[in-house]
Design a protein around this ligand. Structure first.
Ligand code: HEM
Length: 450
């Protein structure tokens, strides 16, 4: 710890191109960029992108400080508004009350896991039919959107709207990179995304209006919790602003439930098809576990081979960034960071830490058999050694739902179809935002009904 008079601004990493800041290296490999910065400058360093100051923290203590800080100091919502606001609107990022978060609790997820498996079964049967070559990114994007809509809205949303939402969210979610987000110009793709956001909100406002007009809503579901939170007791008296607030909460939940989950399904499946011995073990386990019980969260928790495979894919590709906005000058690692600064760290540093994971870049689902794990076969969240769902105070509240959706989607696909890899994505981009790495190129499989 430095004496107070020794505190200083973090050392600065300068880019080669004036005005651009240091993003070129960040574009190429966000994890390596941060590693190199820490190796040269210590646990905390700053840089800028398009004139916007960014501070990076690394090392156990500094990351623990970032993960544990309260929002009065390091604010998550402020950071996401600043980074993603231009793209999906600042108003989508709001603090969720405990009353709404309860709709993501273990019992709520358990209750919906069986129906979700049925939805996934019907969906893939209809989409894959007698088999053939399937665009898996397209399929997982749509499947997870149908599951997310079912979880958040109940069964009121018609399949056609879910398909449209899958296309719209895909547009909104593609190419989430720190650099792309902070680019200070209105690109054509930015305009397309804004139009997608407007249409998404229109669909969800329509759903809220239908509920206000008396349409049936699952009283224990997410939608009911949102309506309860955002609308007055006399629903018919809800103002357009209140209706919009409810629609924004629903859009935020569907966005949270879809964006990283769809990628996790795709990457888990891709890794399994790339490692036939692991797939064989998962299929053997599935035959045993599902012999006398239906697919749901309970049977998923009795499927350690599948859970370990999911964890390994999410560890290797869950390398997004955690970002916070400093609300006041704060000290980390002996340096003072000015108020209004974006502070971040890549989960790749945690997930690929050789102290926790021997040969960290290798795909080895069996590694979890020798580790202390929870019922999802993941290192316990309080250990802060598995970063795919974040760390500390803002750990993903949808974590259990995410495991359920990924386990159900992958479980149904491998249970009901023989799948062979035709084309795998040629790369997975680590972007310092949005959680999971994003695929570059197509992911195509040949499917045959079992
Ligand atoms: C595999 C899928 C998922 C992954 C990898 C993932 C990852 C993450 C990560 C890394 C964070 C922390 C962000 C930060 O600290 O800056 C986060 C937060 C969050 N996630 Fe997820 N997530 C997934 C699925 C879900 C699902 C299914 C939901 C359900 C709605 C959800 C809702 C949220 C919410 C609301 C937050 C913000 C928490 C807060 O403000 O404290 N996520 N997620």
């Amino acid at each position: 710890m430095l004496a107070p008079d020794a505190r200083s601004s973090p050392p600065r990493l300068r880019g080669r191109v004036p005005l651009l800041g240091a993003p070129a290296a960040l574009f190429v490999d966000a994890i390596e960029f941060q590693r190199a910065g820490h190796a040269a400058l210590g646990e905390v360093f700053s840089t800028s992108m398009f004139g916007l100051p960014l501070t990076f923290v690394g090392g156990t203590e500094a990351v623990a400080r970032l993960a544990a800080a309260g929002d009065d100091e390091l604010d998550l919502i402020g950071a996401y508004r600043k980074m993603l606001g231009r793209l999906i609107g600042e108003d989508i990022f709001i603090e969720l009350g405990q009353d709404v978060l309860r709709a993501l609790s273990g019992s709520a997820v358990r209750r919906s896991s069986g129906p979700m498996a049925q939805l996934a079964t019907d969906f893939v049967r209809a989409r894959i039919g007698d088999g053939g070559e399937i665009d898996m990114l397209d399929l997982t994007n749509a499947l997870v959107m149908h599951m997310a809509c079912r979880y958040v809205c109940g069964d009121v949303l018609d399949p056609g709207s879910c398909d449209e939402l899958a296309q719209l969210f895909h547009l909104l979610e593609s190419d989430f990179s720190v650099a792309g987000m902070l680019l200070p110009i209105e690109t054509r793709s930015m305009k397309r995304r804004k139009a997608a956001r407007a249409r998404i909100l229109e669909i969800f406002e329509g759903e809220v209006r239908r509920a206000v007009a008396g349409a049936q809503v699952d009283p224990e579901g997410y939608m009911a919790a949102v309506l309860e939170h955002a609308l007055p007791t006399d629903r018919a008296a809800a103002s357009p602003e209140e209706i919009r607030a409810a629609a924004l909460m629903i859009m935020g939940a569907v966005f949270g439930a879809h964006t990283n989950t769809a990628i996790s399904v795709a990457v888990t499946l891709c890794d399994l098809l790339d490692h036939p011995a692991v797939l064989e073990a998962v299929l053997a386990e599935q035959a045993e576990v599902l012999a006398d019980a239906p697919l749901d969260l309970a049977t998923l928790c009795r499927s350690p081979q599948l859970l370990r495979a999911m964890n390994e894919s999410m560890r290797l590709h869950g390398n997004g960034g955690l970002w916070r906005l400093t609300r006041r000058p704060i000290e980390i690692g002996g340096h003072t960071i000015a108020a209004g600064t974006l502070v971040g760290t890549s989960m790749g540093l945690v997930n690929l830490d050789a102290q926790t994971y021997a040969t960290p870049a290798a795909y080895d689902p069996d590694r979890y058999t020798a580790m202390r794990v929870d019922e999802l076969q993941s290192p316990p969240v309080k250990d802060r050694t598995f970063g795919a769902f974040g760390l500390g105070r803002h750990l993903c509240p949808g974590r259990r739902l995410a495991y359920t959706m990924v386990g159900v989607a992958v479980g149904v696909l491998i249970r009901d179809f023989e799948l062979a890899l035709v084309k795998r994505p040629r790369a997975w981009l680590t972007l310092m935002t949005a959680g999971m790495a994003r695929p570059v190129g197509r992911f195509v499989v040949r499917a045959r009904p079992r």
